[in-house]
Design a protein around this ligand. Sequence first.
Ligand code: ZN
Length: 483
Amino acid sequence: MLLEKIKLEKSINKIKIIKMIVILFLIMDMFVLFACLFMSPQIDLKYGKEINIKYPSKYKEPGYSAKVLGKDISKKVLVKGKISNNPGTYKVTYIVKNFIFKTVAIRTVNIIDDQPPKIILKGNNNVQICPGTKYKEEGFEVTDNYDKDIVSNVEIENNDLEIIYRVKDSSNNKAQVIRKVIEVDNSKPEIKLNGSLPTYISLGSKYKEPGYSATDNCDGDLTKSVKVTGEINSNKPGKYYITYTVSDKSLNTQTIKREVIVQNVRSTGFGCGLAGAIYLTFDDGPSEGSTTKILDILKEEGVKATFFVTNNGPDYLIKRAYDEGHTIALHTATHNYSLVYASVDNYFNDLKTVSNRVKRITGYESKFIRFPGGSSNIVSKKYSPGIMSTLTQEVVNRGYKYYDWNISSEDAGRCAKEKSSSCVYNNAVLGLSKNRCNMILLHDIKFYTADALRDIIKYGKSNNYIFRQIDKTTPMVKQHINN
Ligand code: ZN
């Protein structure tokens, strides 16, 4: 019984010891927990553990603080981690220690590119192409806020009615542009008329179609499909119209008209040898300005002319005309009718003066002359009856050749009042004939003559006339002598 009692007491003691040990361990745990809670530092990250930044804004440390037992130890925090400016996810590590206790905090930084690229099409976004043809890519450009060269990433989907251009940047931002392609031809063909417009023909002469051509943006050359209608009565002066019509395959129709003017032109009918040749002859110059312009045009057009000069104007223009290959001829020095037609001697003295001038400037002795007023003038009768009959003989005796004209541009006549270059042009071209030589009287002292010259030359060229200057082989052009 006693033994049993002793045994029981022993086991009770054992249990008490175990209880004590357990309590002791619990107290120690509490202590460690307490130490951990109060002795390890706390890190506080301003704006949280994850920050999103939109590219191209740059990351800037937003701030942090660290504490232990209420004491600020922010200065002890070690910050680690590099963040580039490129889109991506980055980590920043914050470490702080207190005795044996160490705390680590991590902040995640996302640099986000949410801007899609931009596709810019070259050419139009809405394209019209000729029916039955294929669209020829005109190209495109791509820009992106981050990716430098992504034009090669563009994928093209080619449907019948549209072309879809797609591209992604390295952050998977997508862009898409559509080019609409329509097969249609809304453009009319174009008709070009040859020859000068309006087209002049002289009364009684036959109208000959100067020609035309037609082209279309889709169908090409349509000249053969042009329908020409209209009639011209060349026996009746007036305005007539020739109509040209052409349609393309898409039934776009073009119609244009040519104005044809039938005019009654007086032509003296005599010639100077070479049929179809035009002699541009300029009297009374030179003159600063207008002669310069005439020489410029002749040079540009590659045409040579004849200048019947006087004592007018500067020497250098005679020199220039001579140097550029034109014929320098004589028209008298003074051009004063009462003086030059007062006597034969007077005439030749005056002629000698201008001849000397030309020789002094060019070294050349000209034997080509034109009488002031022409050989048919009647004004001379007032000063010396019969003088033209004498002079026309006498000049030939003295080795000269004289040249009147068979076409007057009227630049010193009818056209002078309105100073009209179209009047000069009309008179010049309407007098032209292929059956004889055409010696046209012009005056290089008239600015409106200079303005008409280019068109006269163009007309002559496009109608297959040839331009000539007076030379030793040119037969004299003589009008009827009236005094
Ligand atoms: Zn004259």
